[in-house]
Design a protein around this ligand. Structure first.
Ligand code: ZN
Length: 156
């Protein structure tokens, strides 16, 4: 893959709870949930594809108007997406419970304090993007490298 295009987004600074270094981050908000997205277990890359979102829509359409997919059906779909997922450009594989890591000490910040609740994870609308992470879409045009810009005092 070529070097992805860079997207600059306003963000924030968090001091790493482990090494105390500054972590620059921003986020995307998914307006329609559930939307599949996954972090890599070896970097801060994120898999976020329109084609996966479409698979969820199709699953919901199949069930309408009488019901909606069960948690189990959603889980199967999420797992199916992961089986076919590409490797992360900056390292690692996309997995269900992987979460963002400090770019300095590489310590993973536990998702939901380590409480693995599928319902919460699958309906999570906020995708945390660490400075330098790559967001993988369906094509190179939909793949972005995240550059976090911190607003200085006096910036509008
Ligand atoms: Zn750290």
């Amino acid at each position: 893959m070529n070097t992805p295009q860079e997207i600059v987004r306003d963000g924030w600074i968090l001091n790493c709870p482990f090494c105390k270094e500054k972590i620059l981050y921003t986020h995307f908000v998914n307006w329609s949930i559930p939307t599949p997205f996954f972090y890599s277990d070896g970097s801060n890359d994120v898999l976020l594809r329109k084609s996966d979102e479409k698979k969820v829509q199709e699953l919901f359409e199949k069930k309408q108007p009488k019901s909606k997919p069960t948690l189990h059906e959603l889980e199967s779909l999420w797992n199916k997406i992961l089986i076919d997922s590409p490797p992360a450009p900056n390292g690692g594989r996309f997995t269900f419970w992987a979460n963002v890591k400090c770019p300095h000490c590489n310590t993973e910040i536990l998702y939901n304090n380590g409480n693995k609740d599928f319902n919460i994870r699958v309906n999570d609308s906020k995708i945390i993007l660490i400075n330098g992470a790559t967001v993988i879409g369906d094509s190179e045009n939909e793949t972005w490298k995240i550059k976090v810009k911190i607003k200085e005092k006096g910036d509008k």
